[in-house]
Design a protein around this ligand. Structure first.
Ligand SMILES: Nc1ncnc2c1ncn2[C@@H]1O[C@H](COP(=O)(O)OP(=O)(O)OP(=O)(O)O)[C@@H](O)[C@H]1O
Length: 667
């Protein structure tokens, strides 16, 4: 696919898309998440690109929605779907659904929507979906406690390319390795000639390391899983709750993720935890151990009466002999006990039994007061614990990375499947919430049975079902607030959804395959000459040509004075009747327009079936071929039939209405 052939994709965007592994496949599938992974492409833009690519694939010129009001109806339908998506991804992905005149596109979405409607929007699945997001790509990881070493220039440059996460050092000989081992916790030598070389520190000779980079830099795999840990867990929960068919071994994934901290370090290993704690707490533990010994010793000294002979006292004073000698002689048992208590405390506090003998050596046998730990031993202990901690962490990371490596692709597919499920569930919930059916495509015009518009300002449960169908052109008359505009909205919504390939809110619906929908909303008042002229021009364009259009027009009479309006609308209807369009014009002047028409135009009516407590009772389904009584006519009729009223006056008025309607009334 030529990326630049997609409308709206210039050379810069095409270059960005080419950074993806397989941009064509992503565009073909309308895979917004993948497209949005291209650098500098937001999810919103990705949705627009996907839609443009779909249009290009189906040879669709994107002119289905011919007016602002048609576009509003589409956006409202889309919002109803998007409100039912849990993830932002699904909301974006739903934007790739649009009304189209292309049969292949409609069929493609219908197949998807029919399967989607079968999905069960189980609350547990919806809850689990809350944590799912498209995966973050792995970051450029930098590992500083490990390096690669080689004496060979070619290996050096191979290593730099294969493992950019680590420093690669050039070394001459074993001495060079030893020097590196002082600066890094682990040195991986890549040259065979170093095999068997004895160097202090964690120096490994692994000539095959570059063939398996994960063995020296497991962080590469771990970072991806650590960054995406919560999303992957959520996707696994979705898969379980929805019983998704997946290639990913969920048990293995969950177990491996349980062993990983959010920062990419290994979790849940007691020995590693103990080593980390021991290194962190070493100074504090030593100082508490010193206090333990000194407190004991102080107590022992306080409790003891030390008898000191005169000669000894002299020697202490004159020769500056330390108290230590006195301690050694007089309190040796207490000293030993105090030191033992310090050692026990340190062993306990550090909790690293493998290092017990070195831990104990931190307190020597020489009596001193106050008792102090041996700094050299403590620092050796620190080195040993740190080295072991790093070795163990590296080994565990390697093991975990190995178990996760094979899960990477299935895990990515798992997240994609969970996100796609959200798109399907949004469609399923829409279909269920508004009691939708799949519409049929067929003969001229449209036919809706039991249609209930979710766009009304009343709760969906209170919406009265509407039956309405038109082939050719029709005028729709009716009482004020009877539901004429709402009927046009319902027709537009049903037709737009049908052409999106989606189910529609009706018990049954059939529509012609239209090429476009021109829905003209009610004008907010009389137009000035310029606006009036351009409106006329628009209708002039609609009435010519052989396009199969659905033209819905709401009270066009308000654009100019009533007499002229009726004549103009009559003319427009005559032309539309000759075209392949289907048209419904809502008007309060239906009778006048029909009289001005040279053709027999159908007038349908939304009728008030009576007045109840001053309120009109309306039959929301337009009655075919029936000019509905207007609200004033209904009121005059009520007054004329009032036994206590001045019947003659109102009867005369009523006759005037009848004069207008009678010749046209078909029932
Ligand atoms: N099918 C329906 N079910 C329930 N309520 C409805 C239905 N259709 C319309 N209504 C209610 O009637 C109100 C008026 O509807 P609408 O604006 O469509 O009437 P209208 O005939 O176009 O009015 P006007 O003559 O003033 O232009 C709506 O706001 C809604 O509350």
């Amino acid at each position: 696919m030529d990326l630049e052939a997609i409308p709206g994709v210039g050379s810069k965007t095409a270059d960005r898309l080419r950074e993806l592994d397989d941009p064509e496949a992503a565009l073909d599938a309308g895979d917004v998440a993948t497209i949005a992974r291209a650098p500098g492409i937001s999810e919103g833009r990705a949705a627009r690109i996907a839609r443009a690519a779909i249009r290009a694939r189906h040879g669709d010129d994107g002119t289905f929605l011919g007016t602002d009001r048609s576009r509003e109806i589409y956006r409202s339908a889309l919002s109803l779907l998007q409100e039912r998506a849990v993830t932002d991804y699904a909301a974006r992905r739903l934007e790739t659904l649009y009304p189209s005149a292309s049969e292949s596109r409609i069929e493609e979405v219908r197949t998807f929507a029919e399967a989607a409607a079968e999905r069960d929007p189980d609350p547990a699945v919806l809850e689990a979906l809350e944590g799912v997001e498209p995966l973050e790509p792995a970051r450029d990881v930098r590992v500083r406690d490990r390096c690669l070493a080689t004496g060979d220039a070619e290996t050096y440059s191979r290593a730099r390319n294969a493992v950019p996460e680590l420093s690669v050092e050039l070394v001459e000989d074993a001495r060079g390795l030893a020097e590196l081992a002082r600066g890094y916790s682990t040195v991986v030598a890549l040259d065979e000639r170093f095999l068997g070389v004895e160097v202090e520190g964690d120096v490994r000779v692994e000539p095959e390391a570059l063939a398996d980079p994960l063995s020296v830099v497991p962080e590469r795999a771990l970072d991806f899983f650590a960054r995406n840990r919560d999303r992957l867990r959520a996707a696994a929960a979705v898969a379980r709750a929805a019983d998704l068919d997946t290639d990913c071994d969920l048990d293995a994934l969950e177990a491996a993720l349980a062993g990983l901290e959010g920062d990419g370090t290994v979790a849940g290993d007691d020995e590693l935890d103990a080593l980390e704690r021991a290194v962190d707490d070493l100074d504090a533990a030593v100082s508490v151990a010193e206090s333990v010994a000194n407190d004991r010793l102080r107590e022992a000294i306080e409790e003891r009466d030390v008898t000191i002979e005169g000669a000894d006292l002299l020697s202490l004073v004159e020769q500056g002999a330390g108290v230590d000698s006195l301690l050694r002689r007089e309190l040796s048992d207490e000293f030993a006990a105090a030191v033992e208590a310090a050692r026990e405390h340190l062993v306990d506090a550090l909790g690293v039994p493998d290092h017990e003998s070195l831990v104990r050596q931190a307190f020597g046998d020489e009596p001193t007061f106050p008792v102090e730990a041996d700094d050299r031993v403590v620092s050796r202990l620190r080195e040993q614990l740190t080295a072991e901690r790093d070795r163990r962490a590296a080994r565990l990371k390697r093991e975990l990375a190995e178990s996760l490596a094979d899960l990477r692709d299935p895990a990515a597919d798992l997240v994609d499947a969970a996100l796609e499920l959200d798109v399907e569930l949004a469609v399923s919930r829409f279909a269920r919430d508004f009691e939708c059916t799949m519409p049929e495509f067929g003969d001229e015009g449209f036919e809706i049975e039991g249609g209930r518009s979710p766009l009304l300002d009343v709760a969906f449960a209170d919406v009265d079902p509407v039956d309405y169908g038109v082939g050719g052109v029709a005028l729709l008359s009716g009482v004020n607030s009877g539901g004429k505009t709402s009927t046009l909205d319902l027709v537009a919504l049903v037709v737009v959804l049908a052409h999106m390939g989606l189910p529609v809110p009706a018990e049954a619906a059939r529509t012609e395959r239209f090429e476009s929908v021109h829905y003209q909303a009610k004008s907010q008042g009389t137009l000035d000459a310029g606006a009036f002229e351009s409106t006329l021009r628009e209708f002039g364009g609609l009435a010519t040509g052989d396009a199969r259009r659905l033209v819905l027009v709401d009270e066009l009479e308000s654009i100019t004075e009533p007499g002229a309006s009726a004549v103009i609308i009559a003319g427009i209807l005559e032309s539309l009747a000759e075209s392949d369009s289907t048209a419904v014009f809502v008007s309060h002047l239906a009778g006048e327009i029909r009289d001005a028409c040279s053709i027999d135009v159908t007038v349908d009516g939304i009728e008030a079936v009576g007045l109840e407590a001053g309120e009109l009772v309306v039959n929301r389904s337009p009655r075919k071929d029936h000019l509905a009584r207007s609200t004033p006519e209904l009121i005059v009729e009520k007054l004329a039939t009032d036994p206590d009223g001045d019947g003659a006056f109102y009867e005369r008025l009523l006759e005037k209405f009848g004069g207008n309607r009678r010749p046209a009334q078909s029932d």
